[in-house]
Design a protein. Sequence first.
Length: 87
Amino acid sequence: MTEKEVSEALFNLRKEIEQLSSADSETRVRLETLLADLERQLEASEDEHQLHLIEDLKEAISQFEVEHPRITGILNELMVALSNLGI
């Protein structure tokens, strides 16, 4: 996967967040925070930040996989894409 595919996965995650119902505001806030963290850490070139990135993704996947399978799928795509980029 390429950086373009990572960008596409982030875009897809952003779209899914926008589609969450207003009743699910806690999930929305958690995902928006995760998305902001992912984007910030991707801009950082330090290995330490990149390690946190993968850990954050794994944690998010375990939190959302039952209630939000589409979001979980996008997070899995991101993890694979980052792994293929050597992150």
